[in-house]
Write a protein that binds this ligand. Structure first.
Ligand SMILES: CCCCCCCCCCCC(=O)SCCNC(=O)CCNC(=O)[C@H](O)C(C)(C)COP(=O)(O)OP(=O)(O)OC[C@H]1O[C@@H](n2cnc3c(N)ncnc32)[C@H](O)[C@@H]1OP(=O)(O)O
Length: 194
């Protein structure tokens, strides 16, 4: 059974999403937004190391291979880890809008178990924008880009300013980003209207 809550249905006056003119070209790897991110950062040994690539429109593809550290049941991916992979793919859509947005709501359908060693092929797409609200969907297929759908999600992201992280994040990590020119460049690339 699946369904989508009313909160994830765009309002009647929602706009069609617009790919930012400076968005990475289709096929381009998007890279990590933060080295210590559990979803995409290279600095997390047990992280997902999800790699996302721009697609046409306001959409992307991404891959993540389920590791032994991601188990819930014996030999199977933990559902929360799969939700994290969907969340990360959806969050990476920020690069195409050149907006900073965080997950407000994430509804996930788990359709098939996903064994350790499986590569999950994800697709994510922004479907509508209404003010600060960004509506998006994602699917994860097992084994191949046209494999069976194992997980899917509907999500609402909410646009925030970079101050969101400065205000709520731990000072040590915020300072470390400020002190690292590479990391700061990644944040600034998203911050179109600082
Ligand atoms: C530097 C590195 C960069 C890059 C950073 C990128 C990180 C990506 C990582 C992957 C993605 C994540 O996991 S992000 C991490 C997980 N998410 C979070 O930590 C977010 C925690 N929540 C919050 O901080 C807040 O609740 C916000 C920002 C989401 C919303 O708070 P707010 O800014 O005060 O805005 P608010 O007025 O409440 O809401 C704005 C509009 O959205 C609607 N809205 C808000 N939440 C919901 C909701 N759950 N369900 C339905 N609708 C909602 C409201 O009704 C309202 O609609 P209307 O009245 O306008 O109609």
């Amino acid at each position: 059974m699946s369904g989508t809550s009313a909160a994830l249905t765009p309002p009647a006056d929602a706009q069609t999403p617009v790919r930012h003119p400076d968005a990475p070209a289709p096929g381009e790897l998007l890279g990590a937004h933060y080295e210590q991110c559990f979803g995409c950062g290279g600095g997390q040994p047990h992280g997902l190391h999800l790699e996302a690539r721009a697609a046409d429109g306001v959409a992307l593809t991404a891959e993540f291979t389920v590791q032994p550290a991601h188990q819930g049941a014996p030999g199977l991916a933990h559902g929360g880890v799969l939700a994290a992979a969907l969340d990360e793919a959806l969050g990476s859509l920020n690069w195409l809008l050149r907006t900073i947005a965080v997950t407000g709501r994430l509804e996930t359908d788990f359709l098939l178990p996903v064994p350790v060693g499986t590569t999950l092929h994800l697709e994510a797409e922004v479907t509508a924008v209404a003010g600060r609200k960004i509506y998006a969907v994602a699917t994860g297929r097992v084994g191949a880009p046209d494999g069976p759908v194992a997980v899917r999600a509907d999500a609402l992201f909410v646009e925030v300013k970079v101050d969101h992280f400065v205000e709520h994040g731990r000072p040590a990590e915020i300072q470390a980003v400020m002190d690292d020119p590479d990391q700061l460049r990644r944040v600034r690339a998203l911050e179109v209207n600082p």
